[in-house]
Design a protein. Structure first.
Length: 127
């Protein structure tokens, strides 16, 4: 009986530790927007102007909520699939950020984030 209880306590401790570790590494909505911006800035393909349009929407959204996007590097030379991967990840981050934003920020930037997501959809479809 004591052995079973000890096992259950150990399992519970592991579950609590893992759930805490997962929450520690979660990005805030603002961090996700900045991360998406940096991914898009470093992507190497033009995507018919859609990537550039999405970057512009993120810059406007960041200015609206006082978010410093940092000095993201420009594109380098990479294969198309790698750029597609970055654009796809940026799109996912923006969807997550749109949901997680605080109400005061959400009201000001939802339209810009939605437009950026739509531009990224078009960018990926264009390739």
């Amino acid at each position: 009986m004591k052995t079973a209880r000890t096992v259950y306590v150990k399992i519970l401790a592991v579950v609590i530790a893992l759930s805490f570790a997962a929450s520690v590494h979660a990005e805030t909505a603002r961090e996700e927007i900045a991360h998406a911006y940096k991914l898009l800035k470093s992507a190497d393909r033009a995507y018919g102007g859609h990537r550039t349009n999405a970057i512009h929407e993120l810059e406007v959204a960041a200015a609206d909520i006082g978010l410093d996007l940092g000095g993201a590097a420009g594109p380098g030379h990479e294969l198309q699939w790698k750029s597609d991967e970055k654009v796809s990840e940026a799109q996912k981050l923006l969807r997550d950020a749109r949901i997680k934003l605080e109400a005061r920020d959400r009201d000001r930037v939802t339209a810009h984030l939605q437009k950026a997501i739509e531009e990224l959809n078009a960018a990926l479809e264009a390739n």
